[in-house]
Design a protein around this ligand. Sequence first.
Ligand code: SAM
Length: 280
Amino acid sequence: MGTIDSLPPLREVIRTHDLQARKSLGQNFLLDLNLTAKIARAAGDLTACDVLEIGPGPGGLTRGLLAEGARHVLAIEKDRRCGPALAEIAAAYPGRLTVLEGDALEIDPAAHLTPPIRVAANLPYNVGTELLVRWLTPPAWPPFWQSLTLMFQREVAERIVAQPGSKAYGRLAILAQWRAEARIAMQLPPEAFTPPPKVSSSVVHLTALPEPRFPAEADVLSRVVAAAFNQRRKMLRAALKGVAPDIEDRLIAAGLKPTDRAEQISLEGFCALARAVAQT
Ligand code: SAM
């Protein structure tokens, strides 16, 4: 176990504060501080940034983020049992850690953060995907965050970075890659966590692009991509029938073959189609 700070080892913290992992909260803790420091480094240079951490739990990643020099960490945790352990970290890093108790899906963190802002989290997978989609679909771009460094089960991580022609390619890939640069930064086996989950995990790092890679209206792109992948085995002319009555003409106008399937269409192709669909 690492000694990245003067606080007690995480196993001791968990014993002292009686933080037995709860399945209902998706609690699989990272107890190796060298590993959490490595994840914090994957988030980029933190020294001039505020960091939003969701689900700090006993604080392994929080300590990594602070030890790596984060200017300020705002941590949102649903499990109130973690409060005292997190208060000890706040005391060891005076003025640099704020903890909010609550559900990250219901708290707007923006008011508590000063740009530039990076996000780092090891979250239950369902909450992570929901937050990722929200962070990727704000009303205006660029978003409040500069980068997202998030733990996912490997299968979800592969969907985020997937390229055309692969089974993993779908809505999540388009959403993530249209306005961000997405890559897998680390792979973690189940044993990295306590208790170990059933599947392997990956840390995904996303950097917000200043503007979308290709022009398109977000809601039209989202509608087209959803319809195309909802029936991914069908040819586009059939899968997209409900999107526009003259969809075949619009596919051709976008430079796509009406007989192609969603899996074969690049991000650029989908954006061209969204523009063709938006045209009156
Ligand atoms: N970051 C810690 C670590 O790496 O050891 C804990 C990771 S554990 C996978 C997920 C954490 O997210 C737990 O502490 C859990 O209580 C918290 N959590 C679960 N759902 C949440 C929600 N909706 N909002 C905020 N925190 C949540």
